[in-house]
Design a protein around this ligand. Structure first.
Ligand SMILES: Cc1ncc(COP(=O)(O)O)c(C=O)c1O
Length: 422
């Protein structure tokens, strides 16, 4: 992983030609299937599990989390319910408690182990929709949305695309959110938010371009006064709470009503692993749960009450293993180290003549670059990063989210970026 080119471009035709194109009639030995698969896909594998992949917001997979996730497949547990896997149910119960603890969220909140922050946003916003419509005198869980009163949804002008996707998915419509102006770093400008009654407000902890975090304490105060539900999309930024040095960036997060975050980003758990967290456990269950539909009375925490799916992979094993292997101090060091590496990137690249476009307060670094320059960095293969547009300017986005990235990796990568761009 240290040595292979991180993500050199490959054409889909090359990959298609290496795979079997027609399904044969007869069975094949499993060893043959796997040997073939491994050699066929190799040129298309991105070294995102390695230390110099800085694309999107991609964590590596901690050894313990990776092994626990492999066991989830080997044990083939159905994490649907207590009966289908007591082990999966109780591991998620413990992981729920630990996640709330390290994120500084209320111990009474509930956590659904979902596929990622996209589905965490959808899960949390479904609970928000039902509660806020309830305040307006409408039972959305029973009666749906046809004929429901108008529901105001406000989101940061810099909300992640998956917030609008989640609103579409839960029947409110991708265009339903009123967009609130943002600060120059891309945080919601709280002064520009006006509330006149029950509504859903979608805040953000961690702008995917700049890492900026909204003023959550002030937002919570405004929402509480208006009877509005505050949802925080903290796919990666919420993990700042696990670092004593950075915790103040998310001060007030604990006052929100729901939070979406990922384990597969900054907690360094393998894909797919997101966390849908709702302060009001009853609201979470009445939006997602199956207990009511199945008339199940149970003394156990039932996983199916907190996720959109019934049968699913036992995602809690890897979350439990990641937290257990890091401990509080290891988790804080992981977060701090990534942020220190992001600052080092910014220093090295600006000393080398590139323009850093954001205040590097978290793990994201935004650097002015043309699409051609970004393509040259990708082709070089020393590291991989993606492109974006920030305030009308083309930029490369460097996200440092993996436990294994060293200072040497940052220096090697910065040198490669400078060679390819300056
Ligand atoms: C702020 C934010 N929200 C949501 C998402 C979507 O997360 P996922 O891809 O895990 O569904 C991302 C992904 O980068 C993100 O940065």
């Amino acid at each position: 992983m240290d040595d292979r080119p991180v993500g050199v471009p490959v054409s889909p035709d090359v990959l298609r030609a290496r795979l079997a194109s027609e399904l044969q009639a007869a069975p094949l030995a499993p060893e043959q299937v796997i040997d073939e698969l491994v050699s066929a896909v190799d040129p298309g594998l991105v070294a995102s599990a390695g230390p110099r992949y800085f694309g999107f917001v991609t964590g590596q997979a901690l050894p313990a989390a990776r092994a626990a996730d492999m066991l989830a497949a080997v044990w083939d547990q159905n994490a649907f319910s207590y009966a289908s896997s007591p082990a999966a149910a109780v591991v998620e119960e413990v992981a729920e408690r630990w996640v709330l603890d390290v994120l500084g969220l209320p111990a009474t909140a509930s956590v659904g182990f979902v596929t990622g922050a996209s589905m965490a946003n959808a899960t949390c916003l479904a609970a928000a929709r039902n509660v806020v419509l309830g305040r307006l005198g409408w039972d959305a869980a029973r009666d749906g949305l046809i004929g429901a009163p108008a529901l105001r949804v406000l989101a940061s002008g810099e909300a992640h695309a998956t917030i609008h996707g989640a609103l579409r998915f839960i029947g409110l419509g991708a265009g339903s959110a009123e967009l609130v102006d943002v600060t120059p770093q891309g945080a919601l400008d709280v002064e520009r938010l006006t509330l006149d009654g029950p509504a859903i407000v979608c805040a953000q902890a961690g702008n995917v371009n700049t890492g900026a975090i909204d003023d959550l304490a002030l937002l919570a105060e405004k929402c509480r006064a208006a009877g509005a539900w505050l949802h925080v999309d903290g796919a990666f930024g919420l993990w700042a709470a696990a670092s004593p040095a950075l915790r103040q960036l998310v001060a007030g997060a604990e006052l929100a009503d729901s939070w979406a975050t990922d384990a597969h980003k900054w907690l360094n758990v393998p894909y797919d692993s997101g966390l849908a967290i709702v302060a009001d456990r009853v609201a979470h269950r009445s939006a997602m749960g199956l207990s009511a539909a199945y008339l199940i009375e149970s003394e156990h925490r039932q996983n199916y009450d907190y996720t959109p799916e019934a049968s699913r992979r036992a995602r809690g094993f890897a979350v439990y293993a990641a937290l257990r292997s890091l401990g509080r101090s290891g988790l804080a060091q992981l977060i701090d180290r990534c942020c220190a590496h992001a600052r080092l990137f910014a220093t090295l690249l600006s000393e080398g003549g590139l323009e850093v476009l954001n205040d590097v307060t978290l793990n994201q670094v935004l650097v002015a670059a043309s699409p051609e320059q970004i393509a040259r960095v990708q082709e070089d293969g020393t590291c991989w990063l993606g492109g974006t547009v920030w305030r009308g300017r083309s930029a490369m986005r460097i996200s440092v989210s993996g436990y294994g990235t060293t200072e040497d990796d940052v220096r090697r990568s910065a040198a490669a970026i400078l060679r390819a761009t300056v």
